[in-house]
Design a protein around this ligand. Structure first.
Ligand SMILES: O=c1[nH]cnc2c1ncn2[C@@H]1O[C@H](CO)[C@@H](O)[C@H]1O
Length: 538
């Protein structure tokens, strides 16, 4: 068939090149990869190859227990500490990431910071349904609430034998008086952390179905919610979200805010703060942070932020109307902030989009009458199902005109839908670490992301719930994607970051400016890379 192996290899090369034509590296958005970029790409490949052997592979001297098998792109929570020590992670931390288009606000600020913010306020209290002991600490979660002054309680510890279950203890006092045999104040912090984050044991052993891990996942929001939904904390939380994202190299944030609760608590512990007040505060803090950046000469590092109005898929369809009206009111008041509408929550267990067709289509009509535009930006297909309600949500999201798709994990089972996304520029907000922890995939090499990008489906890389999963910023998600391929390299990461603005809700002019600013960041990044790794010059 091939008398001459030379001919075989020529054909092989041609086939590989045709196959790779669709990949992001082959479709770079600013025409050609220049020399500096080419060099940087080779450098990163060399470091990746080295670490594949020395850290993740046969020559590894990283100490792990007997059950742990190291490999690039392995289970994130097991690998996290190791990842933070790699050169590749150092490089990904420096990479300008572009826009973050899928994150839930109430899971974006890390636990230590949230606790520090909450501890400033004497109104915040904690209680438990039982006295906390060495036996019960593993199964009892804290309940938090901001109380009115008249309700402030004087109980002094949830770990004292004299504690009357259900009594409120001031947060600071409860922490201070936490039983030394349970670790004292640090033990308190650990207890809180385990309630509002997912541990490796939960993700990979005990909560071994999507149903079980979602139960734990939901309970993290349930527990942390009252700390965040207290206006004085909420304001600091938002500011922290902006600042920490900027520090990670993210320059634009399109965040989902869950507006399920119609009111949140004010400083005095009254549940009367409206969504409109919240957005007013959001706007003010956003402008303050932008000003801060301008004053530091860093305005290129932060373009701004918009909000995707969200509520949860367990709302009865007739109640959705209230949220849709609320969303329209907010859009009219803050047209520059509201970028879209979404329904969130565990798709496998909750209502399918078809339950809401009537209010959703009316919502579209109403916008036409009012001359406003609030695109749907739906979560859909965040599932292992094939033909289940959650999987079928993809059809409805597309029929309803979704601007992007949140997760779209099951999209690769639908060739026609992939074609539509490709042709219509419907980007998929892919959250690889989230998918792994919520048990849709056991590691990065099994994730459908490469299938999507190699077929030319627009993709943006996202973190989803970094405070719960520990993937703060976007560096970890970029790392996991980069480390798990032999073909995709720095140029792929560049394309993912640079294109993210294109799929955002910025207007055309803003997008152009955002990309210009990003290009400056990219240049600086390349310079840093050259200075940092002179010896490794490829
Ligand atoms: O990955 C996700 N898919 C769907 N819903 C989510 C995901 N992450 C968080 N939430 C939803 O957002 C709410 C907090 O704002 C959570 O209650 C959760 O239901």
């Amino acid at each position: 068939m091939y008398p001459d192996l030379g001919e075989y290899f020529a054909r092989r090369e041609q086939l590989v090149s045709e196959d790779r034509k669709q990949r992001l590296d082959a479709r770079t958005s600013n025409k050609v990869v220049d020399e500096v970029e080419g060099k940087a790409d080779r450098l990163v490949r060399a470091i990746r190859a080295q670490e594949a052997r020395n850290i993740w592979g046969p020559d590894s001297n990283v100490e792990v227990d007997n059950d742990t098998h190291l490999f690039p792109g392995m289970a994130f929570l097991t690998a996290r500490e190791i990842i933070t020590k790699t050169q590749l992670f150092k490089i990904m931390s420096r990479l300008p990431k572009g826009a973050l288009l899928h994150a839930h606000l109430d899971a974006t600020v890390n636990v230590e910071v949230l606790l520090r913010l909450a501890l400033r306020h004497p109104a915040i209290h904690v209680r438990t349904p039982k006295v906390l002991t060495a036996n019960s600490i593993g199964s009892i979660q804290p309940e938090f609430r901001a109380l009115r002054r008249s309700e402030w309680d004087s109980a002094s510890s949830v770990t004292a034998l004299s504690y009357i279950p259900g009594e409120w203890v001031p947060l600071r006092v409860a922490r201070q008086n936490f039983d030394p045999t349970l670790g004292g104040p640090e033990g308190f912090d650990k207890w809180l952390t385990s309630a509002i984050t997912i541990s490796p044991a939960e993700a990979y052993r005990t909560h071994n179905t999507t149903q079980k891990i979602w139960q734990k996942f939901q309970s993290t929001f349930h527990t942390a919610g009252p700390l965040i939904l207290y206006l004085p904390v909420w304001k600091d939380y938002v500011r922290e979200f902006f600042r920490s994202s900027i520090d990670d190299g993210i320059s634009y944030l399109e965040v989902r805010i869950n507006f399920l609760h119609r009111y949140i608590f004010n400083e005095a512990g009254e549940e009367i703060v409206t969504h409109s007040t919240l957005l007013g505060e959001y706007d003010r803090i956003l402008n303050e942070v932008k000003e801060e950046m301008r004053q530091q000469g860093r305005e290129d590092e932060f373009i701004g932020s918009k909000i995707i109005y969200s509520t949860i898929r367990f709302i009865p369809p007739d109640e959705l109307q209230w949220y849709l009206d609320d969303c329209i009111t907010l859009k009219q008041k803050f047209p520059h902030l509201i970028a879209g509408f979404d329904l969130v929550g565990h798709e496998d267990a909750l209502r399918p989009l078809t339950d809401y067709l009537e209010p959703l289509t009316k919502f579209v009509e109403r916008q036409k009458e009012l001359g406003i535009e609030i695109p749907f930006i739906f979560h859909a297909g965040e599932t292992l199902g094939d033909g289940t309600n959650a999987d079928n949500n993809l059809y409805d999201a597309i029929l309803l005109g979704t601007k992007r798709i949140g997760h779209g994990f099951s999209l690769i089972k639908h060739p026609k839908l992939m074609e539509i996304c490709k042709e219509g520029g419907i980007a998929v907000e892919v959250c690889p670490i989230s998918n792994e922890i919520l048990r849709l995939t056991s590691s990065m090499p099994m994730h459908p992301l490469p299938a999507l990008i190699n077929h030319g489906v627009p993709v943006s890389l996202c973190s989803d719930d970094p405070a719960v999963f520990g993937n703060m910023g976007l560096s970890f998600d970029f790392f996991q994607v980069l480390v798990a391929s032999e073909v995709s390299g720095l140029i792929t990461m560049k394309e993912l970051a640079r294109r993210s603005f294109k799929y955002s809700s910025l207007d055309e002019n803003e997008k152009q400016l955002a990309v210009l600013s990003w290009d400056k960041q990219w240049k600086k990044f390349l310079q840093w890379l050259e200075q940092e790794y002179p010896a490794l010059e490829a």
